[in-house]
Ligand binder design. Structure first.
Ligand SMILES: C[S@@+](CC[C@H](N)C(=O)[O-])C[C@H]1O[C@@H](n2cnc3c(N)ncnc32)[C@H](O)[C@@H]1O
Length: 401
C-alpha cells in the first residue's frame, strides 16, 4: 500500500512517526515527476548523468526521504531542516536495506556545513520561501557552472517569487510543463561572483520584543530562516507570554515546539533557578532558541538543554514539572491537529504527578476537550476573542483508559 515504484527501484516508504491510521503517503506527484525526469536522461538541460555525479549529488528539502532513498545507489547527500524528515529517511533507507554512512547516503541538517562540491542539486521546494532563500545562499558557493540544478514541487507550491529566488541566487531559471499538478524547475548556475551574488543572505534576523509581552519584553530574539513567525512576535505567543505561570520556583520547564525560544528564555530570565529545556523538530528553530537564550542569559547562569526531535519523546517519564507550548497546526504542507495531540500525550508522560501542561491556541481548535480526555481536567487560564491559554494537571493516579 505504501510502496512506490520508481525507475530506480520499488520501495516501501513511510512518514515519521509511523502511524498505521495515517493514510498520507510519504511521496507525491512532485517526487515522482523528478525521479522520472532524472531517469529519462534527457532533461531540458541535457542528460543528467547521475552515475558520473555519484557522491556529489545534493537533495535539499526531501519531505520524507523518498528522493534520497530512490537515489541511494548514487550516494546522495540529504539536507533537511526537519528531525522528522531525517528519522523518516533513516527508516525508509533501513527498510530498503541501505544504511547511512559515507559509502551510501549522507544525512546533513540545514545547520551543517554544506558538501564541498555539488554536481547535481535537487531541490524539493520547501513551504518557506525564507528557508529556500537561506539554503540557496548557503549552497551557492558549492555549485559550479556545470552543476545540474532541478527543483520540483506541486504547482501550488511554486510561485513567481520561488523562481525569482533561483534566478537571483543561482542563475537563469525556467519551468517544465505541469504533470499531475506538479512542475519541475530548471536552473543554470553561473560562475560564482560573475552572474550570481556571493553574499550570505539576510538571515538570521534579530528583533527586540516590545512592551506588553510579559517577562519577554525587551528580550532580543534571534530567528533563523524558515522558523515560525521569524520577523515579529506572533499574536498567540504574545498572549501566552502575558499569561505564563509566575511560580516556576526552580522547576524543570520545557518550551515545547520552542521556535525562536522566546517563551523558555522569558521563563529563565524571570526565574534564574528554573531548568529550561528547549525542544523543536526544526534544526533552524533550535539554533534560533540557543542564540536567543545566549543573547539574554548571562554566561555563568546558562543551564538550559536544547534538543531537536519529535516533541518531548527524548525526555524521561516523570522528569518534568511544567510544559509550555504554542503547538503547531501544520505538518509540512498539511493543516492538522495530529502533532499537537501527540505533543499533549507525550507531555502527560514526561510530567511528574502534579506537573502541568500550559498551552496557547486558537479558541476554535477546541483543545480543551482533548486535554480533558487525556488529563481528566482542563482549565481556561486566560481568554480573548481569538486565543485561549489552557492548563491541564497530571493527576497522581493513572487515568483508567
Ligand atoms: C506555532 S509554532 C510556536 C513556536 C514558538 N514557541 C513561538 O511561540 O513563537 C510551533 C512550533 O512547533 C514546532 N514543531 C512542529 N512539529 C513538531 C514536533 N513534532 N516536535 C517538536 N516541535 C515541533 C515547529 O517547528 C514550530 O517551531
Amino acid at each position: 500500500m505504501n510502496r512506490l515504484t520508481t525507475p530506480f527501484g520499488s520501495y516501501e516508504l513511510t512518514r515519521f512517526p509511523e502511524d498505521p491510521r495515517d493514510r498520507l503517503r510519504a511521496w507525491d506527484a512532485a517526487d515522482e515527476y523528478l525521479l522520472r525526469h532524472l531517469d529519462s536522461g534527457t532533461g531540458e538541460r541535457g542528460p543528467v548523468d547521475l552515475a558520473a555525479a555519484a557522491g556529489r549529488i545534493t537533495v535539499l528539502g526531501d519531505r520524507w526521504g523518498t528522493l534520497t532513498t530512490a537515489l541511494a545507489a548514487h550516494r546522495p547527500t540529504q539536507i533537511t531542516d526537519s528531525a522528522l524528515t531525517r528519522a523518516a529517511t533513516a527508516a525508509n533507507l533501513d527498510r530498503a536495506g541501505i544504511g547511512t554512512s559515507k559509502s551510501t547516503v549522507t544525512l546533513l541538517t540545514t545547520q551543517d556545513p554544506p558538501p564541498e562540491r555539488i554536481d547535481v542539486l535537487l531541490v524539493r521546494v520547501p513551504k518557506s520561501l525564507a528557508l529556500l532563500e537561506d539554503q540557496l545562499y548557503r549552497l551557492a558557493p558549492h555549485v559550479h557552472a556545470g552543476t545540474v540544478v532541478v527543483g520540483t514541487g506541486m504547482v501550488k507550491e511554486i510561485h513567481t517569487s520561488t523562481l525569482r529566488l533561483f534566478e537571483k541566487i543561482l542563475g537563469p531559471t525556467k519551468t517544465s510543463l505541469a504533470e499531475k499538478k506538479a512542475r519541475l524547475i530548471f536552473c543554470t548556475p553561473g560562475t560564482p561572483g560573475a552572474t550570481r551574488p556571493t553574499s550570505a543572505g539576510p538571515w538570521p534576523l534579530t528583533y527586540t520584543v516590545d512592551e506588553d509581552a510579559g517577562s519577554a519584553s525587551g528580550l532580543s530574539v534571534v530567528n533563523h530562516a524558515g522558523i515560525f513567525c521569524a520577523d515579529r512576535l506572533d499574536v498567540g505567543t504574545r498572549f501566552f507570554l502575558q499569561n505564563l505561570p509566575t511560580n516556576t520556583d526552580g522547576a524543570r520547564v520545557v518550551d515545547l515546539g520552542c521556535g525562536n525560544g522566546v517563551v523558555g528564555t522569558a521563563v529563565q530570565v524571570h526565574d534564574p533557578d528554573a531548568e529550561v529545556v528547549f525542544t523543536d523538530e526544526s534544526y533552524q528553530a533550535v539554533a534560533s532558541a540557543r542564540e536567543t537564550y545566549r543573547a539574554n542569559v548571562r554566561e555563568g547562569r546558562r543551564t538550559a538543554e536544547f534538543h531537536v526531535g519529535d516533541g518531548v519523546a527524548m525526555l524521561s517519564p516523570g522528569s518534568v514539572d511544567l510544559v509550555l507550548s504554542n503547538p503547531p497546526f501544520h505538518s509540512h504542507q498539511a493543516t492538522t491537529d495530529a502533532t499537537a495531540l501527540r505533543m499533549f500525550a507525550q507531555s502527560r508522560k514526561v510530567l511528574r504527578p502534579g506537573g502541568e501542561l500550559w498551552i496557547v491556541a486558537n479558541r476554535h481548535m477546541g483543545y480543551h476537550t482533548h486535554l480533558r480526555r487525556l488529563f481528566g481536567n482542563s482549565e481556561v487560564v486566560a481568554s480573548e476573542p481569538k486565543f485561549v491559554v489552557l492548563r491541564a494537571v497530571k493527576q497522581d493516579r493513572p487515568r483508567p483508559m
